[in-house]
Every structure is written in C-alpha cells, then in structure tokens.
Design a protein around this ligand. Structure first.
Ligand code: IMP
Ligand code: MG
Length: 177
C-alpha cells in the first residue's frame, strides 16, 4: 500500500515491528557499554525525536538526555550546508556522550556536530543512528551503533520527513520512483 506525501508516493520499507526489535537490541548493546557510565544522550532534532524516545526507554540504566537542532535537508536532498538552530545547553565536559541521529546520509551534519561537541571536552563520544546510507556517506568518522544500513534512497516516517510531512508514519517508507 502506498502513501502520498505532498507530490510523492512512498511504500513501507522497514516496519514498525522491525524498528522496535532492532532498537531493543541497540538498547541491550548500549547497556553493556554504558550501564556504569551515566551517559548523556544528545539527540538531534527534529528527525531523531521518535527514535531517541524509544531508544532511551530501551536503555534501562542511569542516563540523561538532551537535544540539539541542526538542519541540512531541503526537499529530498542535502542542501550542502548545515544550519545550527539550537546548540548544546547541558554541560558536556567530562561526560560520556552518545549522539542520537535518525539517519546518516552524506555525513555532513554529523561531522559538524562531532566537531562542535569535541570543543566541549567530553570524556568520550559515540554515535548511534537508526539508519545509515553507506553509498552516500562521505565522512571520515566511525558510527559505532547502526540500526539499519539502507540503499541510497529517500525515506520518510518514524520521525523522518519530506518537507516536514510524513514524520508520523509508523513504518519507515521509501520513495517510489
Ligand atoms: P547528512 O548531513 O547528509 O548526513 O544528512 C543528515 C540529515 O539529513 C538527517 O539528520 C536527516 O534529517 C536528513 N536526511 C538524510 N537523508 C534523509 C532521508 O532519506 N529522508 C529524510 N531525511 C533525510
Ligand atoms: Mg536529522
């Protein structure tokens, strides 16, 4: 079944159930690595809000969460520049930081976030992303925790948007060419 968002059509690609199963596993993995560290999750708005909320609930150990807002996408393509709309409000110095992102595409947004966060002297920084597009990636950083590797296609749903619409879809849906 296809859904229309603005002028485009999308079809289900990763189901709600598959997403939840994978996030539960990521939570288990993070518990092994962070349960004694009181990590600070830093989620990137807007896209990661839903993933962050679910992931955080699967992380059953002492931890904190904070939000930053960066924007690079226009329509269905990266604009090539990253706008910082909300920066870090919570102290990051000495903390074990886990950056939470919905999707890493070119890697431009995350490269910028990592550069900014390093200046705040955290004890450690790792990245968890729900989706990763290896064929689009141009960065030189490591992403330790990846939910799903996907082909270089435009997706929406579960927080991800096409010009602000489609974030409320329960499945991740892919653009029908
Ligand atoms: P990057 O800077 O190219 O890695 O893009 C990262 C940001 O662009 C993500 O945080 C998303 O908000 C957005 N983005 C990248 N790919 C997609 C997609 O397929 N659908 C919706 N948003 C995307
Ligand atoms: Mg995003």
């Amino acid at each position: 079944m296809q859904v229309q968002v603005h002028d485009k059509f999308f079809r289900p690609f990763i189901t709600e159930q598959q997403i939840q199963t994978r996030i539960a596993a990521l939570g288990t993995q993070l518990a092994q690595d962070y349960s004694q560290k009181n990590p600070l999750f830093v989620a990137i708005l807007n896209g990661a809000f839903m993933f962050a909320a679910d992931l955080f609930r699967y992380c059953d150990f002492p931890s904190e969460i904070s939000f930053i807002k960066y924007k690079s996408y226009q329509n269905t393509k990266s604009s090539g520049e990253v706008n910082k709309l909300i920066g870090f409000s919570q102290s990051v110095k000495g903390r074990d930081v886990i950056i939470v992102e919905d999707i890493i595409d070119s890697g431009l947004t995350m490269a910028e976030v990592l550069q900014d966060i390093q200046q705040l002297q955290p004890n450690s920084v790792e990245v968890v992303t729900l989706l990763f597009k290896p064929d689009a990636f141009q960065g030189d950083f490591e992403t330790k925790y990846i939910g799903f590797e996907i082909p270089n296609q435009f997706v929406i749903g579960y927080g991800l948007d096409y010009n602000e619409q489609g974030r409320n879809l329960r499945d991740i849906c892919v653009l029908v060419p």
